[in-house]
Design a binder for this molecule. Structure first.
Ligand code: CAO
Length: 417
């Protein structure tokens, strides 16, 4: 049995942040009913299209295992159907712009009145405060949540990361909130309001940088490269390039590449406990006992020299050879893997983290499956729905409308053409 079997989600989400949350819940068995504007649907269906007139990968990769109903929830009959959905479902998830649901007539108070057991979960860009009315996208959240100011090279422009920590990160946070509220409802019998702001989610993922911000009051951050380079620290936690976020110095180093691997790099951590192994591997056995290199503290002002020496060695090996040599010696390293390499990785396919999905109009494509594995609750990745594919099925099977009533709903225009 899947963990969330029997739980019905009224999925009012769009773009990326909300859909990642409901997709996670769908993977573990929730029945996710995606409500979309008739004829239009989630805007991502048409965004970044690679194949004409076919749902984009943007949409298909964020909406697996869901059912789609077309419904104009601003129109009278549409509102009636929505009310029935609210009465029937366990959770309403939405990530509209601030105030959109209130304008539609479905505030938390109203939803709670219609179904006191319903959990209503929302993602917004910001929590209550000066920016609460702003619309927010991924990179805005990364900038507002402290990721951009601490990412990139020292003295260079702030950088956003490829990982969608604002959208998918907040979707994950919201999924945690929903499952917690479902568990709470077991005891209280009542639904509750769950909110996650993208700024807050990003900040939560950047907590080590807030740690460093406070450490600054007590002196320089000695594990940052700029310390060894005698560059003074300012008042805010700086950008640390590829320095490791933990207490063990680490950097990205060039490896032996070739035409087939122009991006041949490894991450290399000079973990204190295995320093002697590092010295042997890179051909510097004399550094094991030399007081200028033997202890982590002694090495801190010499990190550039240390990593230059390690890189001289890594450049004689491919990123995978570095892995093969260092792993048995407990030296933490990791190859910089491209999306091409990840898409072709057999181990990731074997565990279901990378899956191939078949879609009726797109054909086969590769996606990311559930990264969380439960031993007694399997996750199966099923294709995303076509727009309105399940409209009649949901009206009859989930909402128990009669054939005659369904005809009337169609005639009203509430579910589109
Ligand atoms: N029937 C009728 N109307 C519908 C509908 C339906 N089924 N579904 C949505 N609508 C309406 C909404 O009610 C809203 O109408 P009003 O503006 O008249 O109130 C309208 O469609 C547009 O919704 P929106 O404002 O949420 O969409 P947008 O494209 O203007 O903004 C976004 C998109 C993402 C910036 C905004 O939704 C937002 O800030 N969301 C919260 C933060 C978030 O999740 N951001 C991540 C996005 S991914 O990078």
């Amino acid at each position: 049995m899947k963990a969330l079997e029997g739980i019905k989600i009224l999925d009012f989400t769009h773009v990326q942040s909300g859909p990642t949350c409901t997709q996670l819940l769908a993977w573990v068995g929730a029945d996710v009913i995606k409500v979309e504007r008739p004829g239009v649907g989630d805007a991502t269906r048409g965004q970044l299209r690679d194949v004409p007139d076919v749902d984009s990968l943007y949409f298909t990769m964020l909406n697996h295992n869901k059912r789609s109903i077309e419904l104009n929830t601003k129109e009278e009959t549409g509102k009636e159907v929505l009310i029935r959905l609210i009465k029937t479902c366990d959770v309403l998830v939405e990530n509209f712009a601030p105030g959109a649901l209130d304008r539609m007539g479905f505030s938390w108070e109203r939803v709670h009145e219609i179904n006191p057991r319903m959990i209503m979960a929302s993602i917004k860009g910001f929590g209550p405060g000066v920016f609460e009315d702003c619309k927010v996208y991924e990179n805005v959240a990364q900038c507002a949540g402290g990721a951009a100011s601490t990412t990139g090279m020292l003295g260079d422009v702030p950088l956003v990361t490829g990982a969608q920590i604002g959208d998918s990160g907040t979707g994950l946070h919201l999924a945690f909130g929903i499952v917690t509220a479902l568990f709470h409802r077991e005891h209280s019998g009542k639904g509750q309001r769950v909110t996650a702001a993208m700024q807050d989610g990003v900040l939560n993922l950047c907590r080590v940088k807030l740690r460093d911000q406070q450490r600054l009051a007590h002196g320089p951050l000695t594990e940052y490269s700029q310390y060894g380079e005698d560059i003074p620290f300012g008042e805010a936690a700086p950008r640390a390039g590829n320095d490791s976020g933990g207490g063990q110095p680490g950097r990205i180093l060039k490896c032996k590449g070739g035409e087939d691997d122009p991006d041949s790099y490894t991450y290399f951590i000079t973990q204190a406990a295995v320093w002697k192994n590092v010295c042997d591997v890179i051909g510097k056995p004399e550094w094991k006992e030399d007081e200028n290199y033997a202890t982590p503290k002694a090495r801190l002002p010499r990190l550039n020299e240390v990593f230059d020496a390690i890189e001289e060695w890594t450049m004689t090996k491919t990123k995978f050879e570095v892995m093969e040599i260092c792993n048995p010696l407990n030296i933490p390293v990791g190859p910089i893997l491209s999306m091409k390499e990840l898409a072709e990785d057999q181990s990731l396919r074997d565990t279901g983290t990378v899956v191939e999905v078949d879609h009726p109009t797109r054909g086969k494509y590769v996606s990311v499956g559930n990264p969380v594995k439960l031993s007694d609750s399997p996750s199966e990745v099923k294709r995303s729905p076509l727009l309105g594919e399940h409209t009649d099925e949901i009206l009859s099977e989930v909402l128990n409308y009669t054939e005659e009533e369904i005809k009337e709903i169609h005639a009203s225009g509430a579910v589109g053409e």
